[in-house]
Ligand binder design. Structure first.
Ligand code: SPD
Length: 313
């Protein structure tokens, strides 16, 4: 076990900022390869179970993934009310698809992920996360650029952008731009809901989330932020929720629980009406930051790793 004996330890060291590192002791490397799109590790950590790490960024792990995937999926589903067709951009690990399958009326789930090697590795090494979702007849996997797939598809009730961090030249950065959000808006059916993982809520890292929400808000009529706490991400995490229909950020607890009881298998570890109400409450520093934000991301002005280039203010 790393740290317990005098030995050559193995750690995943993720830079959360250029000056802050979040380290996890690794028991075993299960898979490692440079795919055509990113460097991929699947590892077994000592404390948080098996994990997927892409381009040095911790993506998900068996120890706390439910704290990410349940809010990411069930919040837009409850806001929509009766989702049938669901598109997941990214989502290589299958955790979001697994959660979507808990809804009885869901007929079709497409996972559009650019990296077939990552999907194959997650299928092989992370069955605890996908739990067979890839083989459910309602699920279809499209290996390819989600940007192009969404540009050519329509009628989705919910679009979930379950993406990697928007590293420059990485596979995800253009899916954080106004052009992509416009494609998503066009691809949604009337009453459709969009959600994406939008980055850290830690004050020094807030540019990405604030600018992403500002950009989404320049496309959709209504936006808000889901606050998730995923310990292995190193800070509270934000998800942007958007629709052209109003979003009730004070949802009635009993009404949510009744919907979950009638329309799902009700097998949740963290999500229910009370949890949803909490997820949708933004603290003042965050509301103030969103109100002050002016930057809109575009293909010509995409997000930058650690938010800013050296020297940029
Ligand atoms: N580094 C944290 C951002 C991770 C977002 N992607 C998560 C993918 C899980 N399905």
């Amino acid at each position: 076990m790393p740290g317990a004996t005098l030995a050559a330890d193995l750690w995943i060291s993720e830079y959360l900022t250029p000056h802050d590192v979040w380290q996890h002791g690794i028991e075993r490397i299960l898979a490692h390869r440079q795919t055509p799109f990113q460097e991929m590790y699947v590892v077994e950590s000592g404390a948080y179970g098996k994990a997927l790490v892409l381009d040095g960024k911790w993506q998900t792990c068996t120890g706390d993934e439910f704290l990410y995937h349940e809010p990411l999926v069930h919040t837009p589903f409850v806001v929509h009310g009766h989702p049938r067709r669901v598109l997941i951009a990214g989502g290589a690990d299958g955790g979001a698809a697994r959660e979507a399958l808990k809804w009885h009326n869901v007929e079709e789930i497409v996972i559009a992920d650019i990296d077939g090697d990552a999907v194959a590795a997650c299928r092989e090494w992370l069955p605890e996360i996908h739990q067979g979702a890839f083989d459910d007849p309602r699920v279809r996997i499209e290996i390819g650029d989600a940007y192009d797939f969404i540009a050519n598809s329509h009628g989705w009730d919910v679009i979930i952008a379950d993406l990697t961090d928007p590293i420059e030249h990485g596979p995800a950065f253009k899916l954080f731009t106004r052009e992509f959000f416009e494609l998503c808006q066009n691809a949604l059916a009337p009453g459709g809901v969009f959600v994406n993982q939008a980055g850290s809520l830690s004050p020094p890292l807030l540019d990405l989330l604030a600018r992403t929400v500002k950009t989404i808000g320049s496309v959709f009529a209504h936006t808000t932020v889901i606050q998730a706490n995923v310990p292995t991400y190193g800070s509270p995490w934000g998800m942007a929720l958007a629709s052209d229909q109003p979003i009730d950020t004070l949802p009635n607890i009993a009404a949510t629980n009744a919907l979950l009881a009638s329309d799902t298998n009700d097998r949740f570890r963290m999500f229910d009406g009370q949890t949803l109400l909490g997820l949708l409450q933004m603290p003042k520093y965050l509301r103030d930051r969103l109100a002050a934000e002016t930057v809109i991301y575009s293909l010509a002005n995409p997000p930058k790793f650690f938010s800013r280039s050296p020297g940029e203010t």
